[in-house]
Design a protein. Structure first.
Length: 175
């Protein structure tokens, strides 16, 4: 599951791993010895780098492991390789294992929205591939993404997430 939120405390409470994007690119994360995860995530999002030891620099891989456990499931991970989007999104490599809850955080316009538009088939990537846990390549059409089990909640839910001329019941059950 990939979970996006601007409520960072909530994100840190429920996520196994946090990946930050800034200007459409994955941000290297720097770990501080204090263990203040919120401070580390905010610093990575804003582009601030605390003075780090050599060991911390070696651990800067673009994601912060929050110590979650992953249940053994006989499913492949979601794999993103060389993904580029028309708005500047660049993800060299990202693997999300079954059972993991991954938080993706970034400032407005940092590429988070574009990543999910690509995953849901709203935006066609310019290059790269996404392989679903079923082993199937990511479809580039929303109807096929829905059939593959992908759901999308847009950032601007009023404009893009509701059918205002339809009833609440029709909105709730729409696919």
């Amino acid at each position: 599951m990939i979970y996006v939120s601007h409520f960072l405390e909530e994100l840190l409470d429920i996520s196994d791993t946090v990946v930050m994007l800034r200007n459409g690119k994955r941000v290297p994360a720097h770990f501080t010895s204090s263990g203040d995860r919120l401070k580390d995530v905010v610093a990575a999002m804003l582009g601030e780098t605390p003075e780090s030891t050599e060991e911390q620099a070696q651990n800067s891989v673009g994601e912060i492991d929050l110590g979650g456990s992953i249940a053994p499931i006989e499913v492949e991970p979601l794999r993103i390789v060389g993904l580029k989007g028309p708005g500047g999104l660049v993800i060299d490599e990202l693997e999300i294992h079954p059972g993991a809850i991954v938080g993706v955080a970034g400032l407005a316009g940092a590429g988070v929205e574009e990543l999910f538009a690509v995953l849901f088939g709203l935006t066609k990537p310019t290059s790269g591939s996404v392989t679903l846990p079923t082993g199937v390549r990511l479809p580039h059409k929303t109807a096929k993404a829905v059939k593959a089990g992908i759901a999308y909640s847009p950032a601007d839910r009023k404009q893009y997430g509701l059918m205002l001329r339809q009833s609440i019941a029709e909105n709730v059950v729409s696919v």
